[in-house]
Structures are given as structure tokens and as C-alpha cells.
Design a protein. Sequence first.
Length: 286
Amino acid sequence: MIPTVSASGLSLRYGRAQALDDVSLRLGQGVTGLLGPNGAGKTTLLRVLATAVPADRGAFAVLGHDPATPAGRQELRRRLGYLPQTPGFHPDFTAFEFVDYVAILKELTDRAARHREVRRVLDEVDLADVRGKRIKKLSGGMRQRVALAAALVGDPGFLVLDEPTVGLDPEQRMRFRELIAQAGEGRTVLLSTHQTEDVAMLCHRVLVMAGGRIRFDGTPAELTARAAGRVWISTERDPAAKAGWRTGTGTFRNVGSPPDGADLLEPTLEDGYLLTLDGAGAEVAA
Ligand SMILES: Nc1ncnc2c1ncn2[C@@H]1O[C@H](COP(=O)(O)OP(=O)(O)OP(=O)(O)O)[C@@H](O)[C@H]1O
């Protein structure tokens, strides 16, 4: 793998909260998923890599550009697309005006070329037909696509997406996944999400964070394999389970250390994720 992004020893503390604790990683092309419970440090890591906030310690580079120098930071920002958790739309802007505004911030100064680029990215996310509509009139799924279009301005090599599928219905989420997969061709995409299906369906690689640290780094299949032989069904709640719940059929689905002779099930990526969090000392809902 030729790394697009490499980071070593990133740490950042907010008062008593150690949001990032010695995080090192290397990312190449394709979509990498970032999973973790609330407060794990996912947004903080994305914000640091997007140069929105500096780390207290550590270093990183994107496409060879080091944000520690003003010139490196400027070059890095030119190659970066960032979809933050709250995109900060002005609701009275049309989709075109918002993306155009972002394009101006990205220093696309030639008006005709900039407008061509705005039309191109809105086409790319299938919003050509509504580009003159006010953002407040668009559905949640369309708004997220406007935010993705804004992140795609200037054809960035590194795309940072912070929980882009949150609040979308299943159909919108599926549509958005297609767009992310498309965006991941020839680019490095880092996608934070609470949806383990996003990772299972989209990502060639997955990182799991908890307590500001990376607890797992591998393929989705490797994360799923962590739960092999550790998921079982029972007719009663099983005290051996780290997590367990009654399913729609009335049986209990358990994740943990099964008793002898347990009726084992095929694990999912979510099972592997839950067991990884348990190993990291994070709370696993039972
Ligand atoms: N601006 C801030 N000021 C103070 N504390 C912060 C700030 N941003 C994050 N934190 C703290 O840093 C830790 C990591 O937060 P972060 O938002 O990065 O987690 P997260 O994994 O993105 O969570 P979520 O899934 O809820 O978005 C938490 O303890 C959080 O309360």
C-alpha cells in the first residue's frame, strides 16, 4: 500500500478528556471505516486530519504535505474534502450557491471555471435537477448529497466524511453508500459511522476506536472473524453473554464466551465490533 495519509503519535486532550491518545495510522486508496462508541474520539481524529484543530502531540502528512508548516497546510487543504458532522448550511442558500460558496473558500477564483466545477460535483451526486432549490426545501438525503458535493469540489485526493449517513432512511442510505463507493475510486476516504452495515457494505478496511485509541485495524472480514465461535442462541438470558438480547422469535442472541454445547451462530461484523469494544474496556450494552 502506498500511504496517502500517515500519522504517528497523535494526541489531543480537552480538559480531562483524552480525546486522542497516541494514534498512529496509515491510509491508502479506498474507503476506510471508522467505528467507535460515542466519545471514542472519531470526530476529533477526523478534525485533526482535516486541519480543523491541531493535535497537542504527534505528526501527520496527507499526500506528502505536512500541516506543521503554513505552506504544507495550505497544500494539504487544497487536496482535502471534508464533510463535517454539521455541515453549517445557510438554509436560504440554494444547493448551487452553497457549493459555490465552498468553492470560493477553496480558492477557485475563476468564476466560469468555478461554476463548471460546481455543476460537475452536483451532477456527480445526482443533484443537477435541484441545484436551484433552496437547501431548506430539500430532503435530508439531498442535503447530505449537497454536503458531499461541497466536499468533492476540486477533486480532492483525501475525503473525510463524519457520520454522513446519520438520519437517512434505508433507501437514502443505500443511495449515499453508492456515492461514497464511487468517491472512493482513486481516492482515500475516511468515513466515521455508527452503522456497522455501512462498514460491512462499503469499506475495504476498518478502524475501531475507543477511549481515544485505535483498538482494531484490519479488514471487515477480520473484524467479523473475531466473533467466530462466540455468538450463540439460547432460550433463556445467558449470564455468560457480554451482550445479549431477545430476538423477534423469542430466543436470545448472545455474544461472549459460549457455554459447552452452545448452539453457535454465524457472527456478523457488529458482533466482532462489540467484542473488540469489550476487550478495550468500553461499555457493551447487555
Ligand atoms: N470541543 C470540545 N471540547 C471539550 N471536549 C471535547 C470537545 N470535542 C470533543 N470533546 C471530548 O473528547 C472526547 C472525544 O469526542 P469525539 O467527539 O471526538 O468522539 P466521537 O467518537 O466522535 O463521538 P460521537 O460518536 O458521539 O460523535 C469526548 O470525551 C468529548 O466529550
